[in-house]
Design a binder for this molecule. Structure first.
Ligand SMILES: N[C@@H](CCC(=O)N[C@@H](CS)C(=O)NCC(=O)O)C(=O)O
Length: 206
């Protein structure tokens, strides 16, 4: 299986982390987004959105990181990250949808304002955008923190695709200055995840 990725993309990191946990080897193909490779016709044929990650497995093609991690987890039957129980799966899906519709968009405001803008020469961080971002971020962080106050992992009593999908965007927590102070349960959960060998051996430096 070949993963089209960018080394700085937290969404690209999700399938790499999942593959490392599942013992699946991925062939990595870098798409240099900063050099416009995501918009090249050959790449747009695979992913009309011009985004990474994108996976190919023979003639099968898939984009959206949460769909990709589910596909990877489905390769290894009976693994703890994607349990077969219908309720556990629904619960994992709930967190994956939450990640892509609420959590990641809230975090990405800080990545864009505090990191990407200077790389792309788009000017200084906009205080108004950051204030709006903070509001969104705190709304999400409260949900995540209070859930993690009750249990050590997002679903059930061990790590699942829910944690694998929600954690990677925290790679930029320090460098993009997410307002994470005081969210002790999120911080403890993320510290636990980023000490895993599957994380340390594959995570990009933020
Ligand atoms: N919801 C998508 C988000 C993917 C995404 O936004 N990828 C960014 C890199 S972090 C990208 O490829 N951006 C290029 C562009 O928007 O042109 C996923 O989870 O796969």
């Amino acid at each position: 299986m070949k993963l089209y990725y960018h080394p700085a993309s937290p969404f690209s990191y999700k399938p790499q982390f999942a593959a490392a946990l599942l013992g699946i080897e991925l062939e990595l193909q870098k798409v240099d987004l900063f050099a416009g490779e995501g918009q090249r016709p050959e790449f747009l044929k695979m992913n009309p959105q011009g985004k990474v990650p994108t996976l190919t497995d023979g003639d099968f093609l898939l984009w959206e990181s949460n769909a990709i991690v589910q596909y990877l987890a489905s390769q290894a039957s009976d693994n703890p990250f994607w349990p077969s129980d219908a309720r556990a799966r629904a619960d994992i899906l709930r967190w994956q949808f939450w990640e892509s519709t609420s959590w990641a968009p809230a975090c990405i405001v800080f990545v864009f304002e505090n990191i990407l803008k200077s790389i792309l020469r788009r000017g200084a961080p906009d205080p108004e955008e950051l204030t709006k971002g903070e509001e969104k971020f705190h709304r999400c962080a409260k949900v995540l923190d209070s859930h993690l106050a009750k249990q050590p992992w997002l679903v059930g009593d061990s790590m699942t695709l829910a944690d694998i999908s929600v954690a990677p965007v925290l790679i930029y927590a320090e460098s993009a200055k997410y307002p994470l102070a005081g969210y002790n349960h999120i911080n403890a959960w993320f510290d636990k995840i980023r000490q895993l060998p599957a994380w340390t051996s594959t995570a990009p430096s933020a």
